[in-house]
Design a protein around this ligand. Structure first.
Ligand code: HEC
Length: 171
């Protein structure tokens, strides 16, 4: 009986925890049909790198899903199908208590790249690209200017499987 009761409690806490989770908006990229919900739960992915774009004054976190994380850790040269890298861009502000320190303010965008060799092939680049931009009303909007610019700029990183990210190992 006690066992059944504990099981019930566990179930209730699991259901309420999953209800608390932020549900990603129902948005799809017009060009390649990649949806925002593909990365539902990305807050649980591993952070593998942090970058700062001085021109855009944006702090970027790069997260990897379990497939991409294993591949990065093992220095796999070509990331396997199913790999996802997510980039979150934050604008920054001076920290009130210590102005020479900048802290993240608001999320500006969430982007991802997903490896799918059957679905995508831009001259050997097997990544699908998706970008969701936060608007002034705080709602997200899918990027409607196409993915040709993503593909062409990521060519710079061709030797690293089109990824700029290098795994920033903590230990
Ligand atoms: C003009 C160049 C340029 C364009 C255009 C561009 N990127 Fe990137 N991207 C970068 C650079 C540089 C980085 C690494 C620095 C950073 O995190 O911003 C990066 C990083 C990324 C990452 C993390 C994985 C990695 O390669 O490091 C993702 C995901 C990503 N971009 C998605 C996109 C998507 C989606 C688009 C198009 C909608 C896009 N990018 C367009 C230059 C570009």
């Amino acid at each position: 009986m006690r066992f059944i009761f504990s099981f019930f409690l566990l179930l209730v806490s699991f259901v309420s925890a999953s209800e608390d989770r932020f549900k990603l908006p129902e948005l799809t990229m017009p060009e390649n049909n990649l949806s925002f919900s593909t990365i539902q739960g990305y807050e649980d992915y591993h952070i593998v790198a942090t970058h700062f774009r001085t021109d855009k004054k944006e702090l970027r976190y790069i997260l990897a899903n379990p497939i991409a994380y294993e591949a990065l850790k093992n220095k796999t040269e070509v990331m396997p199908d199913g790999s996802i890298l997510v980039k979150i861009g934050w604008d920054v502000e001076e920290m009130e208590l210590f102005p020479s320190a900048l802290e993240a303010k608001e999320v500006q965008r969430v982007e991802y790249m997903i490896k799918d060799s059957k679905r995508f092939d831009h001259d050997g680049d097997h990544w699908g690209y998706a970008r969701f931009v936060k608007q002034e009303n705080a709602e997200y909007k899918s990027w409607d200017k196409g993915t040709h610019s993503c593909i062409s700029c990521h060519q710079i990183a061709k030797e690293n499987d089109y990824l700029f990210t290098r795994y920033q190992k903590v230990f």
